[in-house]
Write a protein that binds this ligand. Structure first.
Ligand code: NAP
Length: 273
């Protein structure tokens, strides 16, 4: 690896750590480019590796800012949870050593594609690492028909629907009671957000996990509101004149770089229990 990009957030500890990583790489003849994750213009030249100094939010933002770069990503945790962030500050010397010695491995993450179609037939696409959240606007109850690959499943009423990847299963999905799924699985998890189950409305109350080959189709009731909110990994997009929404696995992958053996289970225990 000769050319490395370091994304960092605005916190003093992240700036200090990013500078330390830059100095350490310079000492072994590797060039780095610092990139502010809050910045707008990003040099999207080829980099061999993307390092993200911050928390999970920074990791997600860096992936998007890089325009879903196919070069691997690794996170150094200066955030609060850091589920994506494999490297602790104390591991930095070992991390530099592993990069120089080419002692690492990568794992793919397949992104979700959420497409919101307007009544004029135009579709707007959102690629998601964690999840797409479909919500009504102005805190209104969202009513929508849910189909799975052409099969009608339910008429949903509630706050919204989280459509999550396996890696996103420990994020928002987990907070609403969804199952945790090991990230190597290409699945789509559908988790209702405050579903209504009453004499008037009957919605499924639990999550559904399905193989990634299925398509989720959502047909919002637009008698009163013709707008819908799509939240792409925490970033809100208002879609006007909505007709329907599809969510499938995309053909886009990002890659995570690892220097440790599979630490998924210890990470899960440390960060959630
Ligand atoms: P954020 O403040 O960046 O993230 C909210 C929390 O979710 C943070 O503690 C973050 O970790 C953690 N997180 C993010 N991705 C995760 C993952 N794959 N596994 C485990 N924890 C994860 O919030 P944001 O910018 O609005 O949205 C980013 C993500 O936050 C969204 O994709 C969504 O999944 C999640 N979120 C969760 C809730 C909830 O649980 N009620 C609400 C809104 C959004 P760090 O502390 O390391 O950043």
């Amino acid at each position: 690896m000769r050319n490395i990009r370091i994304f960092l957030n605005e916190y003093p500890q992240s700036i200090e750590i990013a500078n330390e990583i830059e100095d350490r790489f310079k000492n072994v003849g590797i060039t780095t480019t610092l990139t502010d994750i809050n910045g707008r213009v990003v040099n999207n030249d080829h980099f061999d590796l993307n390092i993200v100094v911050g928390g999970d939010g920074s990791f997600l933002r860096a992936i998007k800012l890089s325009n879903f770069s196919s070069s691997p990503f690794i996170g150094v945790n200066t955030g609060s949870l850091g589920f994506f962030q494999e490297i602790d500050v104390s591991d930095i010397p070992q991390f530099i050593h592993s990069v120089v010695a080419k002692d690492y491995w990568t794992s793919p993450l397949r992104l979700l594609k959420c497409t919101a179609y307007r009544n004029d037939g135009v579709g707007e696409e959102f690629l998601c690492v964690n999840e797409a959240l479909v919500k009504g606007v102005n805190s209104k109850v969202l009513h929508m028909d849910v189909h799975i690959s052409g099969h009608f499943l339910e008429s949903f009423s509630g706050d919204g629907m989280i459509i999550s990847t396996a890696i996103g299963s420990t994020a928002y999905n987990y907070s609403v009671g969804g199952a945790i799924v090991y990230p190597a699985y290409e699945i789509i998890e559908l988790s209702p957000l405050a579903p209504i189950s009453s004499a008037s409305y009957r919605s499924l109350l639990n999550s559904i996990v399905m193989p990634g080959r299925f398509e989720v189709e959502l047909y919002p009731e637009t008698r009163y509101d013709k707008e819908i909110l799509i939240v792409q990994d925490g970033e809100e997009h208002m879609v006007r004149d909505i007709k329907y929404i599809t969510v499938t696995m995309s053909n886009v992958y990002i890659y995570r770089l690892h220097i440790k053996d599979d630490n998924y289970w210890s990470n899960l225990r440390e960060k959630f229990i």
